[in-house]
Write a protein that binds this ligand. Sequence first.
Ligand code: UD1
Ligand code: UDP
Length: 381
Amino acid sequence: MNSMKRILTIVGARPQIIKSAAISRAISSQFTGQLEEIILHTGQHYDHNMSAVFFNEMGIPEPHVNLAVGSGNHGAQTAEMIVGIEKAILEFTPDAVLVYGDTNSTVAGALASTKLHIPVIHVEAGLRSFDKLMPEEINRISTDHMSTLLFTPTISGLENLKREGFSWSHEQKASVNNPKVFHCGDIMYDNSLYFESLSKADLLIDLGIDNSEFILVTVHRDTNTDDAERLNGIVEAIHQIQHASGSVIVLPLHPRTRKMMDQQLTDHMKELLYQNNHIKLIDPVGFLDMIALESHASMVITDSGGVQKEAYFFKKPCLILRETTEWIEIVENGSALLVGSETEKIVNGYHQLISTSHHFPSLYGDGKAAEFICQTVLDEL
Ligand code: UD1
Ligand code: UDP
């Protein structure tokens, strides 16, 4: 019989708030009395539509602690998180700390807990883009190597960990010196299946695209937003694809992108983007609206890790505005193409995707990853 375990969950950036809904839902529906969850929000994301909207609509419990760290340089932002998370660990004395993905909030949670000898649970472990210039790659690698329980969403994640020396032996008790790796599928697949039935077409009606073809675009990766040449190249490509397809383009703008577009785009690009009625620039949307967009779009163009994969869940071809991806399966499958930021390459990619038929075999588990993670935590800690 397992005794009650207390887990401190660290969230902070939009994608991990969304991911956390799956585990919170599993705990409250299947593991009450066995797992207690304390939620700490670092405050890395803080605008209503980058944070609160997800707690409200996805039924995530209110955080017990909000560090309100806000934006800043990587060092200062991460350091402030570590200080706050350390305090919370000392106050709440959790049995383990749960971190998601690859943001600064993730690595801050892992560092604070591992130094206090509290086991780290890493959900979305093992992913690699093999580009250490990405802040996320540094965060992923270091978090994995501080973790006690590692849950991989994909087989390639499992193989990456094996290459880095993680052992497959599950004989000894899990510890930071004997970490255990489990392949469980993707908790975002759990979420997409669960929330698809709750999602409505209201936003599509408001945008006037409920009966027309449209392409969904998101851009927020620092390498794209903060580099004028790349950002202008992407906008030119969006303009050309809009003309070639005749489709509406819907672009929910991450606050970073909105800010950088104003600073980095040439006057000509601003005109192409802002004066075209078929390009709809909107504020970031909630997850239910995002699912409505992803599931109705004819194609997705994105540099987001989460959105490229959700495109696959909803059987949409996808152009990835990056040179590498940690979700390599969808590229190997052919439904997604790595096209970087050069206009010509992106537009060629568009023509290639529309002239090919695509298949979307199951790659991301059975939609029960969260349940598996909760049960494994109970069994192993
Ligand atoms: C972060 C993650 C990235 C993830 C992304 C998800 C790191 C290093 N990066 O990038 O991996 O893909 O979140 O969206 O952790 N801003 C606002 N309001 C907000 C949040 C941000 O205006 O609520 C603006 C600020 O100008 C801020 C900028 O966006 O400086 C960047 O925010 P930050 O959290 O540092 O990085 P992201 O680009 O969001
Ligand atoms: N998302 C959302 N609203 C938006 C844009 C994205 O709900 O306007 C969701 C998206 O469906 C996915 C997650 O946010 O689940 C991805 O986050 P983001 O692109 O910010 O980060 P990444 O996945 O690249 O780390």
